[in-house]
Design a protein around this ligand. Structure first.
Ligand code: PBG
Length: 334
């Protein structure tokens, strides 16, 4: 006899598609996804972002069209990022507080045209500052925490008032979630969700995004170094502390970012809080997969789907991903 007599054969449940489907523990659907979108003024056509194949800066009217398509594909939410010309920026990011700025106009237009789509907007000054940092700088050249928090609280209330469903502080200042929550409550904007970038690491994977919004260009030739406020990639316990603080200060959803290289953090956060957990598959993660696929080294669709599945399996309830539209399209007609 040349066969083994085994008490357990795990392969039994992998033999057919029917068994594989029955025992599958995790799945990704468009319901889980949030599409980040870049909006820019005075564009005659969608503007490609070279390091993010398939992703474009869109005009405000292009955004409406894109939002309709995403809604029709079953994607529940978008995250809007404005891309401003250099002359609209200053060291204090003042344009962020202008109620008629690009992002405010876009929020109003999207909520009017596609009211059932949830609109999430970043609260941070990097699209607005000449230096590309997320806040205003103090005399020592680092971001001044407390002055920045006051500006961000005003910015969040403004975004809530023009119709954002969620504000997403992505700046990593201390105390900003509490300040934003307080300001929103005081002003009667009690339905506005706070999606806190709670565990956001000082990552090299943000490169393509910084090109897309222009914060990299703002920093000139030097690498935009945010290590005095974003988390050290070496630190998991500090990430847990940030989660606890943001939860205590009033966050509705906590986010981990980046996602793929930080699956251990997603899992720890999942086990630590009962709040919904979001994960941001960032621009560099997207670029990596696309670049390898362009060379024929990886299968784009399979790698994309596996990368999202892994993030979900680690414990994320929702994923911000530049793959949202393509995934939803393939999900609708595989
Ligand atoms: C900044 C912000 C960043 C991203 C979202 N909001 C970059 C940064 O911290 O410089 C990165 C997203 C991505 O890489 O896709 N407030």
């Amino acid at each position: 006899m040349n066969h083994l007599v085994l008490p357990q054969r795990p392969r039994r449940l992998r033999r057919t598609d029917a068994w594989r489907r029955l025992v599958r523990e995790t799945s990704v659907t468009p319901d889980d996804l949030i599409a980040p979108l870049f909006v820019k003024e005075s564009l005659s056509a969608p503007e490609p972002i070279p390091s993010m194949p398939g992703i474009f800066r869109l005009s405000p009217s292009g955004i409406i069209d894109e939002c309709r398509q995403l809604r029709d594909l079953g994607v529940p939410a978008v995250a809007l990022f404005p891309c401003l010309p250099a002359e609209a920026k200053d060291p204090n990011g003042s344009a962020a507080l202008n109620p008629d700025n690009l992002v405010c106009r876009t929020i109003r237009a999207v909520k009017e045209a596609v009211p059932d789509l949830a609109v999430i907007v970043d609260v941070a000054l990097d699209p607005y500052t000449t230096h590309g940092h997320d806040g205003v700088l103090g005399l020592d050249g680092t971001v001044d925490n407390d002055r920045t928090v006051e500006i961000l609280a005003r910015m969040a209330l403004l975004l809530a008032r023009v119709g954002a469903d969620a504000v997403a502080p992505s700046d990593m200042m201390d105390g900003r979630v509490g300040a934003i929550r307080h300001r929103l409550e005081e002003a009667g904007s009690s339905d506005t969700v706070i999606l806190a970038y709670a565990a956001k690491f000082a990552s090299a994977y943000y490169g393509p995004f910084r090109e897309a919004v222009g914060s990299a260009q703002a920093a000139g030739t030097s690498f935009l170094d945010k290590r005095t406020y974003q988390l050290d990639p070496a630190n998991a316990r500090q990430a847990e502390r940030e989660i606890d603080l943001d939860a205590d200060e009033g966050a509705d959803i906590v986010m981990v970012k980046p996602a793929g290289p930080y699956l251990d953090i997603i899992r720890r956060v999942r086990e630590r809080t009962d709040l919904p957990v979001a994960a941001y598959q960032v621009s560099g993660e997207y670029a990596q997969i696309c670049a390898a696929a362009e060379r024929g080294w990886l299968d784009l669709q399979r790698t994309r789907d596996e990368s999202l599945l892994a993030i979900k399996r680690a414990g994320a309830d929702m994923i911000l991903t530049y793959f949202a539209k393509a995934f939803a399209r393939d999900f609708a007609s595989p």
